[in-house]
Design a protein around this ligand. Structure first.
Ligand code: AGV
Ligand code: CA
Length: 311
């Protein structure tokens, strides 16, 4: 068993990440922080608590709400899906929510859970790095107690997914939401594995994978995944700004099952100002990063099925 702390930002693949991470036999999930970045905070916290109630195995798990604020806010149209997710009947059949909310904001909960853990903690982050950057400022001693950070964010190929004014197209959204936070985290010695857009582009949501999940909806967790991914558009004719990929799920599954991906060692940095603010890039003077480059698609989707069937 090893300690894992998840910090997510409430979109569909974030919530699916939580669902799946709890099914990994080797993982002791010590905490869950939720930031209302690519979501709204209330339904994101609420949906997380209900998913833990239904599919969690550890009665002591609590959810921490983040009070982190954006530098660049996510589009409202994307953030709204969390309200629908939280309202799914499958999550509300019981009518009561048991998993508690911590009294501390997420970054301080992160500090507490890391400092009080037996041994080191692995961090899995599927949204902006703000909570970690703030946690490091509140308690620098967490740095040496973090085993490594697996982050979905950034890209090293200059093909971003932020299409906004005053922005140059090279930037990924989680990095764009708070570029300074990326800078702060990159300045530490914490080992980082990064799932950026170069790898997630290999695993779009497709009508075929939806159909696959539809056939398996007798498994409650696969039914919930299918419902979740029904809220967002698949790759049908060509890629648009709204096309959905399994970004965070890849990050989460790859953090525990390294065989499904290939990686390479790079050195990276991030821009914090100008039209490329949030751009992650390779440079000889950058910090070491284990960059995920390739996904074994079959192995990945099989692993997702396996975990969901275990729920
Ligand atoms: O940039 C990917 C990140 C992931 O953490 N998020 C979605 C994932 O949770 C932002 C995002 C980019 N494009 C999106 C996003 C879209 N079309 N819909 C919702 N969120
Ligand atoms: Ca996310």
């Amino acid at each position: 068993m090893h300690n894992v702390y998840l910090d997510h930002d409430g979109n569909v693949d974030d919530l699916v990440s939580l669902l799946l991470l709890m099914q990994v036999p080797d993982v002791k999930l010590t905490g869950v922080g939720v930031v209302g970045a690519d979501s709204y905070l209330e339904p994101a916290v609420s949906a997380s608590r209900k998913i833990i109630d239904l599919f969690g195995h550890d009665r002591s798990l609590a959810v921490a709400a983040s009070d982190s604020r954006p530098v660049n806010q996510f589009p409202k149209a994307w953030r709204l899906s969390t309200f629908s997710f939280d309202a799914f009947p499958i999550l509300n059949e019981r009518g009561v929510v048991k998993t508690p909310v911590t009294d501390k904001p997420a970054h301080l909960d992160m500090v507490e859970k890391i400092m009080s853990a037996d041994g080191k903690t692995s961090l899995v982050m599927t949204g902006p790095l703000t909570d970690l950057a703030r946690a490091l400022k509140a308690e620098p001693a967490i740095e040496t107690k973090i085993d490594r950070l697996c982050w979905m964010g950034g890209t090293m190929d200059d093909r971003g997914n932020v299409a906004e004014p005053e922005q140059d197209g090279t930037v990924e959204w989680n990095a764009y939401w708070d570029p300074e936070a990326v800078k702060t985290v990159f300045a530490t010695a914490i080992p980082i594995q990064m799932v950026g857009l170069e790898s997630t582009r290999q695993i779009p949501l497709t009508p075929a994978i939806r159909q696959h999940w539809a056939k398996l909806r007798r498994y409650a967790a696969i039914d919930l995944m299918g419902q979740g991914y029904a809220l967002v558009p698949p790759l049908e004719h060509f890629e648009t700004n709204s096309t959905y990929y399994l970004w965070d799920v890849l990050n989460t599954v790859a953090s525990e099952y390294p065989d499904i991906v290939s990686t390479k060692q790079v050195q990276g940095d991030v821009l914090t100002t100008g039209p490329g603010a949030g751009r992650t890039f390779e440079t000889a003077t950058g910090r070491p990063i284990t960059l995920v480059t390739e996904v074994d698609q079959q192995a990945f989707f099989d692993q997702v099925d396996d975990l969901a069937k275990r729920a």
